[in-house]
Design a protein around this ligand. Structure first.
Ligand code: AP5
Length: 213
């Protein structure tokens, strides 16, 4: 593996495990976790009305499972990448226009896709909970917290209801699957079986990065 820090793109459907695996990559390779979802959640009520958008804040888009307008997200990613050495980029690009923008922002060393079937995705998202104090991600069945205090303070994301999850998956199929096909056609896509346990997925992700970079 090269000395410089890797620049990794992780793709996959909502609930495929991008956040879970990105946290491990960031820690193991000592790189930034650049995530548009977290950045937008931290700025859900920012005023974007001067960007000629349908709604005035990201919240309306996110709570309905729709994509936030490209201009808002492109600016977030450009700023974050300009400050990062190595990184794992999670949640972007989500359509072909964003993929084109990304090409102007940076080169990539690895493009990973976590592959998970749709029934499993719904189960993972509706059972996901987050610790609001640490940001750690749990699952009520697959990965419950051991500490009772943590268990009591867990919260569910506003967009993890069954109805919104279905819309997020529809948007993914329509807008983001073409991005995956684009990287596949370029011959740079590394596919990892995301239906294994988190530890098994991590072993494959780590080996793929080490073999590719
Ligand atoms: P975002 O936050 O990016 O959500 P997402 O892509 O829908 O992905 P998730 O965070 O839901 O899932 P994940 O793949 O990270 O899975 P996780 O590791 O948590 O985006 C949210 C919204 O923001 C979008 O809908 C949009 O509105 C907006 N947005 C974001 N980026 C945008 C962009 N570029 N353009 C426009 N709008 C944008 O795992 C899920 C659950 O499964 C957890 O409970 C976890 O514990 C469990 N789990 C993980 N791995 C495993 C495993 N191997 N086995 C069993 N359980 C597992």
């Amino acid at each position: 593996m090269a000395d410089s820090q890797p620049r990794i793109l992780i793709l996959g459907a909502p609930g495929a495990g991008k956040g879970t695996q990105s946290a491990r990559m960031a820690d193991h390779f000592d790189i930034e976790h650049v995530t548009t979802g977290d950045a937008l959640r931290a700025n859900k009520d920012m005023d974007i009305s001067d960007m000629d958008t349908e709604y005035d804040t990201p919240r309306e888009y996110m709570d309905q499972g729709e994509l936030v307008p490209d201009a808002v997200v492109n600016a977030i990613v450009e700023e974050a990448l300009s400050q990062a050495g190595g990184f794992v980029l999670d949640g972007y690009p989500r359509n072909l226009e964003q993929a084109e923008e990304l090409e102007d922002m940076t080169d990539l060393d690895v493009v990973l896709q976590l592959e998970v079937g749709e029934g499993e995705l719904v189960h993972r998202l509706t059972g996901r909970r987050m610790d609001p104090e640490t940001g750690d991600i749990y699952h009520l069945e697959y990965n419950p917290p051991e500490d009772e205090d943590v268990e009591e303070r867990l919260v569910q994301r506003d967009d993890d209801t069954e109805e919104t999850v279905k819309e997020r998956l529809r948007v993914y199929r329509e807008s983001t699957e073409p991005v995956i096909e684009h990287y596949e056609e370029e011959g740079v896509l590394e596919v990892v079986d995301g239906e294994q346990s988190p530890g098994e997925v991590w072993a494959d992700v780590k080996a793929t990065i080490e073999d590719t970079v």
